[in-house]
Design a binder for this molecule. Structure first.
Ligand SMILES: CC(C)(COP(=O)(O)OP(=O)(O)OC[C@H]1O[C@@H](n2cnc3c(N)ncnc32)[C@H](O)[C@@H]1OP(=O)(O)O)[C@@H](O)C(=O)NCCC(=O)NCCS
Length: 167
């Protein structure tokens, strides 16, 4: 679908919806994970989260115009008491800067609010400017730095937090 976009680097926009992740989505979720430079979770970990963790928040962005399940991006997190933790989020490399990442996080925050969450916490690689820009745009603030938190390659993490109370 060709449409207007605010982003001068993208001439294309695509319609998508945010859905709860299903078993049938996992192959496409793992494909996007593998293309995104994330620390690997893999098929079995997503499947375990889906089926055994009642506190998991697992979402996909989906387009009806693409083949297969049309997965354009995914979010994986969980809620613990009044915290929601972001574990993984990625959008398909061919469909970035189209609002998919933002829509996924906003939907996850909505889900978190319904579960009584009062803040959202995440770690992000110190060099990951794109993700940090997304989180800052949504309202996250830097709260901590964890030395050598990541492996392959070893790198510091920034901890970012979004307070939901009063928003
Ligand atoms: C980070 C990521 C999820 C963003 O997804 P996305 O679908 O491209 O994000 P959106 O289109 O919703 O971007 C929303 C806003 O975030 C900011 N943003 C996103 N990507 C950006 C980039 N590469 N550079 C600068 N700002 C960026 C912009 O403010 C953007 O709004 P705009 O396009 O109107 O300027 C995506 O780049 C990705 O999958 N990266 C690889 C995996 C990853 O790093 N995940 C995060 C782990 S902590």
């Amino acid at each position: 679908m060709i449409g207007e976009t605010n982003n001068p680097t993208n001439l294309f926009q695509i319609s998508f919806s945010i859905d709860y992740m299903k078993m049938e989505d996992l192959q496409e979720v793992v494909f996007i994970e593998e293309q995104s430079g994330l620390n690997r979770w893999g098929f079995d970990s997503y499947k375990r989260e889906l089926f055994t963790n009642p506190d998991a928040v697992m979402l996909v962005a989906r387009s009806p115009y693409l083949a297969g399940r049309g997965v354009l991006g995914f979010f994986a997190g969980w809620t613990v008491a009044d915290e929601m933790h972001v574990n993984n989020i990625a959008s398909h490399p061919d469909y970035r800067r189209m609002g998919i990442g933002r829509s996924l996080i906003e939907a996850a925050i909505h889900e978190g609010r319904m579960r009584g969450v009062s803040f959202v916490l995440l770690e992000v690689r110190a060099s990951n400017d794109a993700a940090q820009a997304l989180y800052k745009k949504i309202g996250f603030n830097f709260v901590n730095r964890r030395r050598d938190y990541y492996r392959l390659p070893t790198e510091d993490a920034f901890v970012m937090k979004l307070n939901l109370l009063g928003r």
